[in-house]
Write a protein that binds this ligand. Structure first.
Ligand SMILES: CC(C)(COP(=O)(O)OP(=O)(O)OC[C@H]1O[C@@H](n2cnc3c(N)ncnc32)[C@H](O)[C@@H]1OP(=O)(O)O)[C@@H](O)C(=O)NCCC(=O)NCCS
Length: 138
């Protein structure tokens, strides 16, 4: 692995889909991803030379609440500290753009086997449960 470089707000739909497919399969369409990326607060990517190897993004209102989405390190690069780098970049963004002297609620949803990763980075759980619905667009 070469030196990893960090880029802000450079994530493309093609790289998003490539990284999604590398861990989950069944990626959303490019049109959906382009709309989602355009409406994100902040996107961070990590690069090994020309290769995009990790991504994460943040959505939210910046004043009160930010939500972490789509944290993915390509399987070839997992376990090398890149996930920690992604989360630290997102938190630095909040600290740089939130209102001085206030607290911003940073949240995310994680599957059980990823909870220890987020706990290591300072997140903890509360009693709220995530409710969900897939809203179909005709
Ligand atoms: C979860 C994920 C982002 C972690 O990224 P990573 O680069 O492998 O993690 P890091 O190397 O930065 O790990 C940071 C710390 O968390 C620990 N950690 C990482 N994943 C862990 C896991 N699943 N369970 C327990 N600890 C974990 C590491 O051991 C490391 O601990 P240390 O600092 O004490 O050595 C990555 O595995 C991934 O992309 N998985 C597939 C997609 C996914 O599930 N994303 C999360 C959606 S909620």
């Amino acid at each position: 692995m070469n030196t990893i470089t960090v880029k802000h707000d450079q994530l493309t739909a093609d790289d998003f889909i490539m990284l999604w497919e590398s861990v989950w399969g069944g990626a959303p369409t490019k049109e959906q991803v382009e709309l989602a990326l355009g409406n994100s607060l902040f996107r961070v990517t990590l690069h090994d030379g020309q290769r995009t190897v990790a991504m994460a993004r943040m959505i939210g209102d910046m004043g009160l609440c930010c939500y972490i989405k789509d944290v993915i390190v390509h399987p070839d690069y997992q376990g090398k500290g890149l996930g920690r780098m992604l989360i630290n970049e997102l938190l630095s963004f909040v600290k740089a753009h939130g209102i001085s002297g206030t607290d911003v609620f940073v949240e995310l949803a994680a599957v059980p086997d990823k909870m220890p990763f987020y706990e290591k980075l300072g997140f903890d759980t509360n009693s709220a449960q995530r409710l969900k619905m897939m809203c179909h667009i005709d």
